[in-house]
Ligand binder design. Structure first.
Ligand code: ZN
Length: 214
């Protein structure tokens, strides 16, 4: 898991106290831990529902801190559509994973259409294009494939057709979507600019010693 304060991947000792053991197949636990990295406390109220002979987490409310920090976008990202969807998806993540995931998917669709050049109308098919044509690096493609599997797009392809549709997701799935979006933004918007800057700096050095530019 990731610390909501410092965003480091951590394996904390989580103390769990049952607050409401069973109320009409719903139960609530209070969970608390201290992040081993930043040493700040984290308190979560976790709700579970009893489904198919199992207790599954249906919702996690962050009590402290109130929201999970999302990685801030690098300054190279100036596309207002991307900046606004990404930031909002991060802001609502703790309170509404569903809304966060809907914003993330909308933003992924936009980038895949406008910057990656996919032609399909809905996200599941856009991701299939990326997989078939090997347009993006393997780790991003695999991440997108996992996004597609979240909310059972594969089992219910009709669910994925309209942009911004609300699909059942848990908080970790919504967080995963946001991380994959960050990776895609980094690849599409940030890396080309940084590479260009590197090249320009290198060319300055080359010209100083009288060598041809690359
Ligand atoms: Zn931390």
């Amino acid at each position: 898991m990731k610390c909501p304060h410092c965003l480091h991947a951590i394996k904390p000792n989580v103390e769990t106290i049952s607050v409401v053991p069973n109320y009409h197949n719903n139960s609530w636990d209070a969970k608390a831990y201290v992040c081993p990295n930043c040493e700040r406390p984290v308190i979560i109220l976790s709700q579970q529902v009893y489904r198919y002979n199992n207790w599954v987490i249906s919702d996690e409310h962050y009590v402290f801190p109130k929201a999970i920090s999302s990685q801030p976008l690098p300054e190279e990202v100036t596309d207002v559509v991307v900046v606004s969807d990404y930031n909002e998806a991060g802001l609502v993540l703790a309170d509404s994973p569903k809304s966060s995931a809907a914003l993330t998917r909308r933003c992924l669709q936009y980038i895949l259409r406008e910057k990656v050049g996919t032609k399909s109308r809905d996200l599941a098919d856009q991701i299939q294009e990326v997989i078939d044509e090997k347009i993006l690096p393997t780790e991003i493609t695999e991440g997108l494939d996992a996004v597609r599997n979240i909310g059972n797009f594969a089992a219910h392809p009709q669910k994925s057709i309209s942009t911004g549709e609300i699909v059942e997701v848990d908080p970790h799935e919504a967080e995963w979507n946001l991380e994959i979006l960050f990776d895609l933004i980094d690849y599409v918007y940030v890396r080309p600019i940084r590479f260009q800057q590197k090249k320009e700096n290198f060319n300055v050095k080359l010209s100083e010693v009288g060598k041809p530019e690359i």
